[in-house]
Design a protein around this ligand. Structure first.
Ligand SMILES: [Zn+2]
Length: 132
């Protein structure tokens, strides 16, 4: 990965990609952009962002300590977005199939997930993992 490039693997610089989302200066316009920014938040261990972008009804049961531990224990090695279903600027729902690679205890592992996203009051949120 080139110096300064975004952890999400978009090819853009961090400043031009996920940083404004993580810092609260901008709101992701698509489900994919939100998904990518959540991956970058894991890389950067930005736990508050992971909570803020979770579907509001589910935020109460968000386990910040467990999420922080998981994010810190793994060395994130890359993200590939496999398919995107809706989730565009004019949609209210979307699904993104992705694969996140990480090193855990010296082993390269993959987390593959079909994530469901929904928009509420102009903001995209991560809702849940769907069966593929
Ligand atoms: Zn990014």
């Amino acid at each position: 990965m080139a110096e300064g490039s975004c952890p999400c693997g978009s090819g853009a610089s961090f400043e031009m990609c996920c940083k404004p989302y993580l810092g609260g200066q901008a709101i992701p316009k698509t489900a994919e952009a939100l998904m990518r920014s959540r991956y970058s938040a894991y890389v950067q261990e930005n736990i508050p962002y992971l909570k803020q972008t979770l579907w509001p009804k589910y935020q109460d049961r968000f386990d910040g300590a467990a999420t922080a531990k998981w994010a810190a224990e793994n060395h994130w090695a890359g993200l590939t977005v496999l398919t995107v279903d809706k989730g565009g600027e004019t949609d209210r729902d979307g699904a993104v199939l992705f694969e996140a690679r990480y090193l855990s205890g010296g082993q390269l592992s993959k987390h593959r997930e079909l994530s469901r996203f929904r928009k509420k009051a102009g903001r995209w949120y991560y809702v849940e993992a769907l069966p593929e």
